[in-house]
Structures are given as C-alpha cells and as structure tokens.
Design a protein around this ligand. Structure first.
Ligand code: DMJ
Length: 494
C-alpha cells in the first residue's frame, strides 16, 4: 500500500522515480527492421494527412476522430516510437502531447478507451523515457477525465464522461471490460505518484465484483446494470466486452508485486471455469473457447479472444502450472490456425465450428463442408489490423524460447503487408477469405501503432529488451515497469 498524499509535487516525483531511460537496441534480425519500416510508412501517412487527429482513413487520406479527437494514434504510438528508437517522431509527438486540452471533446469520453489508450500510452512512455511532462499529463488526464467517471452513487465508474462538465454521463448499461479493466493503469499511476487514490478506486471495483454471485465460478456475463451492479444478461464470453477484465486480474496481481491475492484467486477461478465450461473440441480436434447464453453453449469465437493463449501462458509460467500451459498451447494452435487456414493468411474477425459431441447432420451444408477442410467457418470475414494472435505469439516466443513463434509472426506480417498496405498506411479489410478482392475499408485503428506493430517488432528484437520479467503490458500493449521483477521468460532461445 502507498501512503496517502493528496497534493503532489510532480517534478520531485519525476526526479525520485527516475529509474532509467530505455535505449533502442540495434536489431540484429532484419525482420525487426522491416517492421520498423512498416511503422515509419504508416506514421508518415498519418503525419501527412491526419496529424493530431485520432486516426487516418488510410485510403481516402481523410481524418477521423473516434476517440475524443486528442490524437489517439500519437498517444498509442508514442511508446512504440521510443521502443523503435524513432527520436524525431517522438520529439514531434511530445509537442502535441503538451498542448492537448483534456477539457474539450466533441463527444463524451469513453472511460475504458481513454484509460487504455491515452492514460496507458502516457504511463508507458513515462516508464520508458522518464520525461516529466508525460507523468504530469497523465495525472491531469486521470483527474479530469478518468476519476470523474467514479462519481456515481456506488463508485462504479460510468461508461462515459462529459469532459467539459467533468461529470459522468447518465446511462445504466455497462460491460464487464469497461469497469473491470481500469486497474492496471490506476495501480501504475498510484505507484508513480505515491498517491493511492487511483489504485483504491480501481481495486474497489474488483472487491465489488468478487461479491457478486456467479453460478459458473469466476465467469460473469458481459452486460451489467450500473446502479444495481448486477449482471443484466446471461451472455458469457471471453471476447470483446469482457476480454480485458480477465486479462487484468492476473496482470494487476503481478504489477502489485503479488501483494494482493484476490485478483489472482479471481483469475485462477475464472480460468478453471473456462476449461470446464467454455473449452470446446471441434470435430477436427482443434480447441476453441465457446460462448454461453443461458447456459447454452455457442460454438463461436473470434480474433479478440486470441489474447488468451498469451495471458494463460503468462499465468502458467508465473504459477508454474503445467495444466494451464497445456490449455494455453491448444488455444494458441487453434488461434494461429485461423490465419494459416485462411486463403489470405489473415484471420477472420469471428468464426464458428462444430463441437465433436454435436450431430453434424443438423448443420447447414456450408458448415459440414468446413469440417472436411479447415474445421471452422468464418462468420465475420473482416480483418481490422488486430494484434491478439500476434500478442500471444510474442508471449509464446518470450516464454518458451522457441523460434517457431517468430516465424509464425513473420508470416502474419507478410500477409498484412500484402493485403492491408495502402500508399499512406494500412487499412482494415472486409474479406480475408477472398485474396482477389479483400475489400479495403479505409480505416487504420490507433492500436495498429500501439499493439500490432509493437508486438511484431519485439518478437524480432533481443528477448531481454522490454523483458516480460520486468514489464507488464496493458491491454493496449503499453508496457509498465514492474517494481519487483518476476521470472517468466525462457532461459534460452533457439
Ligand atoms: C484493443 O483496443 C485492446 O486490446 C482491447 O482490449 C481490445 N482489443 C483492441 C484491439 O483489437
């Protein structure tokens, strides 16, 4: 626990917290250089056509402001620039960051997104570079935009904040991920400012969740009612809307130096239930995580779930748990299979399959045909430049030392280069099943800079660089420095 201190002298903290400034290595693997080149290509397009806006529409070269209009790509890309050693880009970005007005946004701030992208980006860049302005801006942002979300009768944060008024926006439905994945950023902010108010607010939510009964231990429905704080639905998923809640239980425990056991208990309980209730073996022998609605098992999953093999492996290494490692392995294989079994080498956004206990004859011909080939059927055929499988490959490479995971990441990178590249960046596409017409959709998400390119780069650099023994990554791939290192990375790499 950190002593309470309401007024903080930021320059003093910046000085006393000064640990070290990261220096980008000279990559020996030319694949890292290729990824860096991709970042520079995309950044060049964003800088030419959309600098200071949230995203670039990477075909029409128009701007987009879907995340408060504060320049989400800059905040998300900042630590990747530091990691890649892009000093000029970083210096220019810092000028923008100094001048953003947190008190104005054309539309309400989404608490979850502002937290993972803006606050997470600032804290991580501060951890890597120690520029005091980064922590100053993080504190202002948290106080003006994130903490006001907690001004609700039961101190459960609202999904949106009116930043002009500094007040939560009324609205009673909220997702598990929206209120359940603020902890990592708030804990790190408390550690860096020596002010425990952020961490207390975040961890209070977890205590509240732990008291809500769930008939499947550790698993909770996605939609909740804010004022009563009870689940409003019966739909259980590890995908979007719930995903980072589970991810953060383990990571917050690690960031807090293992001092709080509640998060770890909640995480191990949830993982045991994933194995028991959501694990599904397809007719082709692949293992996926299904979803549940009213206890009815739905054989559908998607790329968003593919962060879970990496998260499970992190927990397995941390706890030295063989069964968990095997679970992580089988999910890693099935996630990666959705890329290799796709004609473009890019995974679809979502897919379905037939469980080995199901009767195939009741399924449409298209689905039965899929059983004879890949074993899964793409539902949403888009690819949104997402990072999740790459993220898991990064964890697998760093924790097993097996270079096969580098090769897999390289194949994915090449498919992105082939099908998503535009003259000014990279774009989401609508059909990964049709190599002749992938349907470019004119949008480049800020997480492409934060996550996709960062994980790809780090897979090909020296494994001791941003080691998983020393950093924990937030859900937007922003690494936070651990006060106490852990031992999870492989001892040898071959
Ligand atoms: C990111 O914004 C975060 O990882 C979030 O938790 C869910 N996924 C997107 C990228 O796909």
């Amino acid at each position: 626990m950190y002593p309470k201190k309401i007024s903080v002298n930021l320059s003093l903290i910046a000085f006393t917290c000064l640990h070290f400034v990261i220096a980008a290595p000279s990559p020996t693997d030319s694949r890292a250089e290729q990824v860096k080149k991709a970042f520079k290509h995309a950044w060049g397009g964003y800088a030419s056509y959309a600098y200071g806006h949230d995203e670039l529409q990477s075909i029409s070269n128009e701007i987009s402001d879907s995340r408060n209009g504060w320049g989400a790509s800059i905040f998300d890309g900042l630590d990747t620039m530091i990691i890649m050693g892009l000093e000029d880009e970083y210096t220019t970005a810092l000028k923008h960051i100094k001048n953003v007005n947190w008190s104005y946004s054309a539309s309400p701030s989404k608490t979850f997104e502002t937290n993972i992208r803006y606050l997470g980006g600032l804290l991580s860049a501060y951890d890597l570079k120690n520029d005091p302005i980064l922590l100053e801006r993080a504190v202002e942002l948290a106080d003006k935009v994130i903490m006001p979300a907690f001004n609700t009768p039961n101190r459960i944060p609202a999904a949106y904040v009116n930043v002009q008024a500094g007040l939560p926006v009324e609205g009673n439905m909220i997702t598990l991920a929206e209120f359940g994945s603020l902890q990592l950023e708030l804990v790190r902010l408390s550690q860096l400012t020596d002010n425990d108010k952020y961490q207390l607010a975040g961890n209070f939510i977890l205590e509240k969740i732990s008291k809500v009964p769930s008939h499947l231990p550790g698993l909770y429905p996605m939609i909740w009612e804010l004022d009563t704080f009870i689940p409003k639905d019966t739909f259980i998923t590890i995908s979007g809307g719930s995903d980072s809640y589970y991810e953060y239980l383990l990571k917050t425990h690690i960031l807090m130096e293992g001092k709080e056991t509640l998060q770890l208990d909640m995480w191990t309980t949830a993982v045991a239930s994933m194995q028991k209730y959501l694990r599904s073996e397809s007719l082709n022998g692949k293992v996926y995580l299904a979803e549940l609605d009213d206890d009815f098992k739905l054989m559908q999953s998607g790329e968003l779930v593919c962060f879970i093999p990496g998260n499970l492996l992190l927990g397995a290494a941390y706890l030295n748990n063989k069964k968990m490692r095997e679970f992580a392995d089988e999910l890693m294989e099935s996630c990666y299979g959705t890329w290799t079994d796709s004609p473009t080498g890019l995974a679809p956004e979502t897919w379905s399959w037939i469980d080995k206990t199901q009767n195939t004859t009741v399924f449409p011909a298209e689905m039965r045909q899929a059983v004879l080939t890949t074993g899964f059927l793409a539902q949403n055929t888009g690819y949104d430049l997402r990072p999740e499988t790459i993220e898991s490959l990064f964890y697998f490479y760093r924790m097993t030392g097996n270079k096969i995971y580098q090769d897999r990441a390289w194949d994915i990178f090449q498919a992105i280069e082939k099908y998503c590249k535009t003259p000014s960046g990279y774009t989401r596409i609508s059909d990964v099943t049709n190599p002749k017409a992938v349907g470019p959709l004119n949008f480049e998400e800020s997480y492409f800079f934060a996550e996709t390119l960062k994980y790809l780069y780090l897979i090909f650099t020296d494994p001791s660089y941003i080691s998983l023994d020393e950093y924990v990554f937030n859900t937007e791939a922003h690494p936070f420095k651990l006060k106490t290192p852990i031992r999870v990375q492989a001892k040898s790499f071959n």
